[in-house]
Design a protein around this ligand. Structure first.
Ligand code: ADP
Ligand code: MG
Length: 284
């Protein structure tokens, strides 16, 4: 879709009506809204201009998140319909995901079957492969930022929240972004490349199968220590019924040595994922 920016003050409220709050972050609020003309339900992320940090802007003072979203068009990435801007806010109008966050689904289900997990992770790795091909790192992949849509019993994931994303070149990236549990060890060392997203995918894979994170702890400091120095345990009661193939993919993504870590593209051809490709995917 053609994205365009309008600067007039009431443009957003002329075209859309806010119906309820969906989420709230440090710099933004997300609402469900109604397209007055078509009657379609959408979502809008309103980003407060006042609180923007330098890291959220590009070198030409544009909002990084919007510049990234304009570059992306993929079935597993949240689609943006329209962008508005007034004195106070940026408005990102996007498709509404009725299924909510993957996070809530994990909380209510405990964990997923291997088949369901393979279906979700395949879509996630497709989105990450695509982003990296466009030189974009997400940097905050986690179940809260993965939204769900269920159509005719088929579950589709949509990667959301490009608020921490960045364009990369051959140079290593600096700047500590991400969330505890999912952050890659090299990000904590402040010198990394796009493979930090693959680490997060591995952590998500681990959680979907076992219902618990690979690196836990009683405090943030303890979790981060474990990310840096701990080993990934794929034994014990949570893994008693998990196949060797699934464990192999976890270990190749949650791999500290980035020169050995699988890229998202390589992970897509992993035997364990491929073995589920031929099957019809279940709904959850
Ligand atoms: P933040 O940068 O504040 O984390 P997000 O873009 O992650 O903002 O949105 C915050 C939350 O709002 C999400 O975790 C999700 O629960 C909800 N949300 C965001 N976009 C949508 C959408 N398109 N459809 C449904 N819920 C959404
Ligand atoms: Mg978020």
């Amino acid at each position: 879709p053609e994205l365009f920016v309008t600067e007039s003050q009431d443009k957003f409220s002329n075209e859309y009506e806010i119906t309820k709050e969906l989420g709230k972050g440090a710099f933004s609020k997300v609402y469900q809204c109604l397209d007055k003309l078509t009657g379609n339900t959408c979502a809008v992320k309103m980003i407060t201009k006042k609180e923007l940090s330098q890291e959220m802007l590009t070198s030409t003072n544009k909002l990084q998140e919007i510049q990234v979203l304009k570059t992306l068009d993929h079935p597993n990435i949240l689609k943006v319909f329209q962008i508005f801007e007034d004195k106070k806010y940026f408005y990102i109008v996007m498709e509404f995901c009725a299924g909510g966050e993957l996070f809530n689904k994990i909380t209510s289900k405990g964990h997923f079957s291997e088949r369901e997990t393979a279906h979700i992770i395949y879509q996630l790795l497709s989105a990450v492969t695509y982003c990296h091909s466009k030189n974009i790192i997400h940097r905050d992949l986690k179940p809260e930022n993965i939204l769900l849509e269920e159509v005719n019993g088929e579950l589709t994931i949509k990667v959301a929240d490009f608020g921490s994303s960045v364009f990369f070149s051959k140079n290593k990236i600096k700047g500590c972004f991400g969330s505890v549990y999912y952050i890659a060890p090299e990000v904590l060392e402040n010198s990394y490349n796009e493979l930090c997203d693959e680490w997060s995918c591995g952590v998500i894979l681990y959680i979907l199968l076992s219902g618990k994170p690979p690196f836990g702890g009683k405090s943030e400091a303890e979790i981060l220590h474990n990310i840096k120095y701990g080993i990934v345990m794929t034994e014990g009661p949570h893994f008693s019924r998990i196949s060797e193939g699934a464990k192999d993919l976890i270990k190749k993504l949650v791999e500290r040595d980035t020169s050995k870590r699988l890229t998202a593209q390589e992970a897509l051809s992993h035997n364990w994922l491929q073995s589920y490709r031929s099957l019809e995917f279940p709904s959850t």
